[in-house]
Design a protein around this ligand. Structure first.
Ligand code: F6R
Length: 614
């Protein structure tokens, strides 16, 4: 969704902002713009539709310079994605300019009110109402800070906002209401940064703090003053973000997605680091604050998430139920809050989110909290809302994920859920020591085994060339690998635009089997797990109907090799950990099909990396 970058300091703001916007491209956008305060007197704006390169070229033709500025990548909600609707938006006086994330829910009403006062609108956006409101209050109070405050109290919805005034050239004001994405403040030497997301400013500074809802920051080159909307001073907590800025670069890879797929050996190693004591065979997840007493009180866990993260949750359900014998439900976050869910005493609502800013997931957590549940999160983005509002969290430790299609942030939470299951069972006293040690020890080889799947990239790429012109694909799985069928299909459709369906294999005979013919590739997950025999017979059924079967199977499995037309191999692995491996060839397959089709793998059409609107 929309991205924001702001700069105030002694350097030229333009390259810093454009560079920051480049780092935010992954969020998904359809236009971009920049506003710079020229000589601290005049606001200069450049905006264009389409890719950031269009804006960069525009700025090269019509340069803007100054040491204070703001920039934005827009993901259209109100008004077409054209240059006119791109941010920044300047008010009627030309003295105030804003960039904004979120939706002004009472926009119609405010628009009518302002139009009746004689305000002329220059765009079709809801955002423009905000700048006119700020100007209206400035004409009465003379103060930018007070005017922003008053405006924020008038607009409904969730927002991230950054404002600049030519009449107060010593500051940028940033504010946050609710969950329309984060607002990050970056601390430099005699310079400060503002952004919607950490990677935008990571090559400028590692020292950052985060705004909470209903807080605003008055940022000058010397530092920041943070307040609540009612004027209560807040001392910001400055964190050192240890993400490597290089991790946010493509390096030798063609796309971020390919790089992130390959990073999984590393990200899985980091996922285990500090959590698993292989000598003692124990798991430690200190940020959950779990004790034997609290673990024993848990009567149910509701995992809530969206998209890929929800698929990780489905694997987690099987792991937690098997290992810890606690009932688990998996609820799609966008559905959870609207059906008045029943939350009984002892319920934990566990959210999974890479960005930690997904509006639906945050709302589901809030619903759980309001109904008395303990809330936990498994989250990647440090300092994100899902991390901060939870009673306890597990940090994914996979570093920045830039490709819109989630890969390393899918395998890591499955490991987190496996570790959580062991920890819960141990604390509840239901896991015999030898079993615990075995389960913990099984984790030891996971990163290396993932590496062995990655070594087979060329074999998978070969299959991708064969499947590149398919119109449809059916992914089948059972048991713990059923969510991997969903995930494989999601990966293919979102980046290659090929229609794909994931289905529980046992359900095939109740309908989808009618789809099978020679033109329908069937990707069947058939590793050596407890559902193996069932999957083998499912493959036979598909073959009997003329289907072309591609099986994800365990190396040396002669039976599946004979049954299927093509095999994607994974090394032998204990079944509970098998989804971490079976998904890897499917990630690679989707990647190569999309790359061969010449598509924008990292920024597929219509998609955004963090979905901060409903
Ligand atoms: C698909 C994908 C999405 C996200 C979903 C949730 O590849 O990335 O389905 O998984 O939008 O996002 P987070 O995890 O940020 O809450």
């Amino acid at each position: 969704m929309c991205g924001i970058v702001g700069y105030i300091g002694g350097k030229d703001a333009t390259p810093i902002i454009l560079n920051g916007l480049r780092k935010l491209e992954y969020r998904g956008y359809d236009s971009a713009g920049i506003a710079v305060l020229n000589n601290e007197t005049k606001i200069e704006v450049r905006r264009d539709a389409g890719k950031l390169d269009n804006l960069v070229n525009l700025v090269a033709r019509e340069p803007v310079t100054g040491s204070i500025g703001i920039g934005h990548t827009r993901w259209a909600t109100h008004g077409e994605p054209n240059a006119r609707n791109a941010h920044p938006h300047v008010g009627t006086t030309g003295r105030v300019v804003i960039v904004h994330n979120g939706i002004v829910e009472n926009y119609q009403e405010l628009h009518e009110e302002l139009a009746a006062e004689g305000v002329t609108f220059n765009s079709d956006t809801d955002t423009e109402t905000i700048v006119h409101l700020i100007e209206r209050y400035i004409s009465k109070t003379g103060s930018l800070e007070e005017s922003v405050q008053k405006t924020l109290q008038q607009i409904r919805g969730a927002h991230g906002l950054v404002v600049l005034s030519a009449d107060e050239p010593d500051k940028i004001i940033a504010a946050r209401i609710g969950n329309a994405g984060g607002v990050v403040i970056g601390y430099g030497e005699d310079e400060m940064f503002v952004a919607s997301d950490i990677p935008a400013i990571l090559d400028q500074t590692h020292r950052m703090s985060f705004l909470e809802s209903r807080q605003m920051a008055i940022v000058s080159r010397k530092g920041v003053i943070v307040k609540t909307f009612d004027g209560k001073p807040i001392t910001p907590v400055i964190q050192t973000i240890n993400w490597d800025p290089i991790a946010a670069e493509k390096g030798e890879f063609r796309h971020f997605m390919q790089k992130e797929i390959h990073e999984q050996v590393r990200s899985l190693t980091d996922t285990l680091a500090g959590r698993v004591d292989f000598e003692k065979g124990i798991i430690q997840l200190p940020q959950l604050n779990l004790t034997s007493e609290t673990a024993r009180k848990i009567s149910k866990i509701i995992i809530t998430a969206c998209g890929t993260a929800a698929h990780a949750g489905m694997v987690g359900k099987i792991l937690i139920e098997r290992i810890a014998r606690i009932p688990v439900e998996v609820d799609i976050a966008s559905e959870f809050r609207y059906r008045d869910p029943i939350i009984q005493p002892g319920t934990v609502v566990l959210a999974i989110s890479q960005s930690g800013e997904t509006a639906d997931t945050l709302a589901a957590m809030e619903e759980g909290r309001l109904k008395g549940a303990t809330t936990w999160s498994i989250v990647n983005a440090i300092g994100s809302q899902a991390m901060r509002v939870a009673d306890g969290y597990i940090s994914m430790q996979v570093g920045p994920e830039i490709g819109v299609a989630s890969t390393k942030a899918f395998t890591a939470p499955m490991v987190d859920l496996y570790m959580l299951a062991i920890l819960l069972a141990d604390l509840r006293g239901t896991l015999p020591v030898d079993q615990r040690k075995k389960l913990v020890n099984d984790l030891r080889l996971v990163p290396d085994l993932a590496g062995r799947c990655l070594e087979r990239e060329l074999e998978v790429a070969e299959l991708a060339s064969e499947l590149k012109d398919s119109k449809n694909a059916l992914y089948l799985g059972r048991g713990i690998n059923m969510p991997i069928a969903y995930e494989g299909a999601l990966k293919l459709k979102e980046i290659s635009y090929i229609h794909a369906e994931g289905y529980p294999a046992g359900e095939m005979k109740h309908g989808p089997i009618a789809l099978i013919d020679k033109d329908m590739p069937v990707i069947a997950l058939a590793p050596k797990d407890p559902w193996y025999e069932k999957m083998a017979s499912q493959i036979e059924q598909a073959k009997a109907r003329g289907g072309k079967v591609i099986a994800v199977a365990t190396e040396e499995d002669k039976k599946i090799e004979q049954l299927a037309d093509f095999c994607l191999w994974i090394p032998p692995v204990p079944w509970m950990l098998s989804p971490i491996l079976t998904v890897i060839p499917l990630q690679i397959l989707a990647y190569h099909i999309a790359a061969i089709r010449g598509l924008d793998v990292d920024q597929p059409r219509n998609l955004a990396k963090s979905v901060t609107v409903e």
